[in-house]
Design a protein around this ligand. Structure first.
Ligand SMILES: Nc1ncnc2c1ncn2[C@@H]1O[C@H](COP(=O)(O)OP(=O)(O)OP(=O)(O)O)[C@@H](O)[C@H]1O
Ligand SMILES: [Mg+2]
Length: 271
């Protein structure tokens, strides 16, 4: 059975794709579970797909998550190997996903992840910077939501709305959906987080939501996707590698274990 993790924040440029790419790679390197990882790129801009497929020509891939979601091909037939050293597979994005964003189909991705559940231990879904049908598909399919965000006044405003959207997703089509946590991204290593804003987020999501590891600003994190690599293969000793590795090994895996137990309890209590 797969663990499906959606990387969500409707605000643009907050580190979703950087986190999706490095979490997918890090799970293969550092998770205790013998891992097989599938990345799904639901953003029509396809930045995750370009980085993972080593593509710079901007042409849409021959097979994509769009073809799978419109049922032109099977989920297995949409999968492509990536050029990443970590042996990740991908269901790549397509610009045609924009047309799907105009539909009212919310459960299509769930069917896809269910069909692939026995083939991968982890499915990581990167989402677009808007709460549209594509993102709602990710929330319907996910077991867990990981929220990357810088801490500043504008991002906190988005988080408040996001919390409401997660509640609606839970109430409408995915009652088992759990928040994995909030990962602070793009932090200036020289300054402290604004305490007032941190308290505001704690009020919205609860005091346990933040991960203690912060992803600091590091140019290597910006360079690695352009070289079609995760941060771990690009420069295993840089700050970016250290913070994503610490996040995965010291926090994310432990938190997932707890949430998995809670999920099992929730499923049991339903019967
Ligand atoms: N910790 C970091 N240090 C330096 N640069 C970063 C860091 N995290 C992300 N970036 C850079 O910031 C930009 C935005 O990051 P990214 O694409 O991951 O955000 P996103 O939330 O996926 O954006 P979008 O909403 O447009 O999809 C990219 O150029 C990325 O390389
Ligand atoms: Mg992105």
């Amino acid at each position: 059975m797969s663990n499906v993790i959606a990387i969500v924040n409707p605000k643009g440029g907050v580190g979703k794709t950087t986190t999706a790419l490095n979490v997918a790679a890090g799970l293969l390197r550092y998770s205790d579970i013998t891992s097989s990882v599938l990345a799904i790129d639901l953003d029509p801009h396809g930045c995750l797909s370009s980085a993972m497929l080593g593509k710079v020509d901007g042409k849409p891939p021959a097979r994509s998550i769009f073809d799978v979601m419109r049922r032109a091909i099977t989920p297995h037939d949409g999968i492509t190997s990536t050029v990443f050293q970590e042996n990740i597979d991908i269901l790549p994005s397509s610009p045609h996903l924009e047309s799907m964003a105009k539909t009212q189909i919310f459960d299509r991705l769930k069917k896809v992840t269910e069909a692939l559940s026995s083939s991968y231990s982890w499915i990581i879904v990167d989402t677009p910077p808007t709460m549209n049908v594509l993102t709602l598909n990710a929330l319907a399919a996910a077991d867990y939501v990981l929220i990357p965000t810088p801490i500043n006044g504008l991002s906190v405003c988005t988080l408040r709305k996001l919390k409401d959207d997660l509640e609606s997703a839970r109430n409408s089509n995915n009652e088992l959906l759990q928040i994995l946590g909030i990962l602070v991204t793009m932090k200036d290593a020289r300054t402290k987080l604004d305490e007032k804003l941190v308290n505001e987020v704690n009020e919205i999501f609860g005091p346990e939501a933040f991960f203690e590891t912060h992803i600091t600003v590091n140019t290597k994190l910006e360079e690695a996707p352009g070289e079609f690599q995760s941060i771990f293969s690009y420069d295993s000793s840089c700050v970016g590698s250290t913070v994503y590795r610490d996040f995965l090994k010291k926090e994310m895996m432990q938190r997932l274990a707890k949430l998995e137990a809670k999920r099992a309890e929730l499923i049991e209590s339903r019967y």
